[in-house]
Ligand binder design. Sequence first.
Ligand code: SF4
Length: 119
Amino acid sequence: MATQKLVCIVCPQGCALEVDVEAGTVSGNTCKRGELYGLAETTNPTRTLTTTARIVDENGDFVDMAPVRTSGPIPKGRLFDAMKEIDALRLRKPIRRGDVLIADLLGTGTPVVATRDFD
Ligand code: SF4
């Protein structure tokens, strides 16, 4: 039997879901979003990645850390590799919120963008 129990994290209510993976059904959800979350989480779990990237000066010396995030969710199993790719970034000022820092993270089609200005 392929039933999985998980907590819905879409909103603070935190409904206890039970997903029958074979049948593709979800119980315990209070709303449709929970059903969609339960099915996605048991078949292709994804996460939006929020982290920081290094800013360096013209000599390549560390200056600051810039908050960045993926512009959408990526497969959960690729988060570690995504962190490595972002960790390799060496950004230069000025940086504008919304600047695309990596156009296609790990071939997922998802960009990494800056979330703050640095002058
Ligand atoms: S099922 Fe709906 S109400 Fe329950 S935690 Fe998920 S989003 Fe919130």
